[in-house]
Design a protein around this ligand. Structure first.
Ligand code: KIV
Ligand code: ZN
Length: 388
């Protein structure tokens, strides 16, 4: 039977940490409602103690969101947890996300503490959060570089303290997919009470592996992925929501599904990009402007015969405008004929042979041959077919 992977969206928290992208309450609320419409299971609305503005945003989102769980971040600090609880007061499904660094880098450099002290602080934080909400997620920051034996002890202890979800962040984007999957498998095999909580993947993209690591994590048994629209987030960003959702949808043999309405992926990607003022890179998977563009002659010819030769996703399925046949100096005759036909000219093969030569001259001068150029070529040819 297929199993659900819960989608935990952190666009409004980790995503919003991109320099220059911070959002006001109105903007955050509008995006939260769109995320709910998209079908995300959990919305991480912010870090309430970080500023009065963020408190207000989390509070407003908690009031407005009806179906999704609304989550607030905190450190493993009593005051943080209390403030998060206050911001989430009106939420139908509130979750406090608390945690602490567990790698030796964090334990020594950040906290000047011992492993035992950090373990005890982790347990205290979860117990404190349980006084306010039932649903408590614990994050073991820098779990990607945390010793597995120690990590297993922390995970067991926080679950005993009441954590419902345990987040295993690869905070620095260091892990290889195999390592990250093995870490999840290690926890599943070595934490006696692991069946009492959901394991969560939270991967950063410093080595471009965030999507691969998250997928490896769920293959190994995690059942939640933390991700952001357009992969926005600290430094090189977080796991991109649209990518993990479509990987699971494409690879049905994994037996995993999400509740995301994939037709809304492209419209929401554009809205997040506009609101946060961060353009989406052209070649971004699923939502980039070129994700469904074909420009080389060989690809165009194959695509025009059967779209599946060069497209694994129907653009409609992800709410994209549609496939595009782009005309450049690398394009071929079938693409040229296709584009002429689309704007109302029906040229035969001989016409296209002649037109193709003049097309190449224009294409070598311009990066892309546009509709106006095609009209110009067609008119010239119709006026004097021999020397178009
Ligand atoms: O990357 C990270 O470790 C985080 C935690 C705060 C969950 O964002
Ligand atoms: Zn993060």
């Amino acid at each position: 039977m297929e199993q659900q992977v819960f989608i935990f969206d952190t666009t409004l928290r980790d995503g919003e940490q991109v320099p220059g992208c911070n959002l006001n309450t109105k903007e955050k609320l509008a995006l939260a409602l769109k995320l709910e419409e998209l079908g995300v299971d959990i919305i991480e609305a912010g870090f309430p103690i970080s500023s009065p503005g963020d408190f207000e945003s989390v509070e407003a989102i908690a009031k407005a969101v009806k179906n999704a769980t609304v989550c607030g971040l905190s450190r493993a600090v009593q005051k943080d947890i209390e403030v998060a609880a206050a911001a989430l007061k009106s939420a139908k499904r509130p979750r406090i996300h608390t945690g602490i660094g567990t790698s030796d880098y964090h334990i020594k450099a950040k906290f000047n503490a011992t492993r035992e002290e950090i373990l005890s602080r982790a347990v205290q934080a979860v117990k404190w959060a349980k006084n306010f909400v039932d649903d408590v997620e614990f994050y073991a920051e820098d779990a990607g570089r945390t010793d597995n034996d120690y990590l297993a002890r922390v995970v067991e202890a926080v679950i005993r303290a009441g954590a419902t979800v345990v987040n295993i962040p690869d905070t620095t984007g260091y892990c290889l997919p195999q390592q990250y999957g093995d870490k999840m498998a290690y926890l599943i095999n070595n934490v006696p009470n692991i069946d009492k909580a959901i394991l969560s993947c939270h991967c950063h993209n410093d080595l471009g592996l965030a999507t691969a690591n998250s997928i490896q994590g769920v293959i190994a048994g995690a059942r939640q992925i933390e991700c952001t629209i357009n992969g926005l987030g600290e430094r090189a960003g977080n796991t991109s929501l649209e990518e993990v959702v479509m990987v699971l949808k494409q690879h049905k043999h994994l037996g995993l599904y999400t509740n995301i309405n994939t037709k809304l992926l492209n419209p929401l990607s554009r809205e997040v990009s506009d609101t946060m003022r961060v353009p989406v890179q052209l070649n971004k998977a699923i939502v980039g402007a070129n994700a469904f563009s074909h420009s080389s002659g060989i690809h165009q010819d194959g695509f025009l015969k059967d779209s599946q030769t060069y497209e694994i996703i129907d653009p409609e399925e992800v709410g994209a405008e549609g496939s595009k046949i782009v005309l450049t100096a690398r394009s071929g005759r079938s693409a040229l004929a296709h584009r002429f036909q689309k704007i109302g000219y029906s040229f035969n093969r001989n016409d296209i042979d002649v037109l193709y030569e003049s097309f190449l001259q224009v294409a070598d001068r311009k990066k892309e041959v546009e509709e106006d150029d095609l009209h110009m070529l067609a008119k010239a040819y119709q006026a004097e077919p021999a020397i178009a």
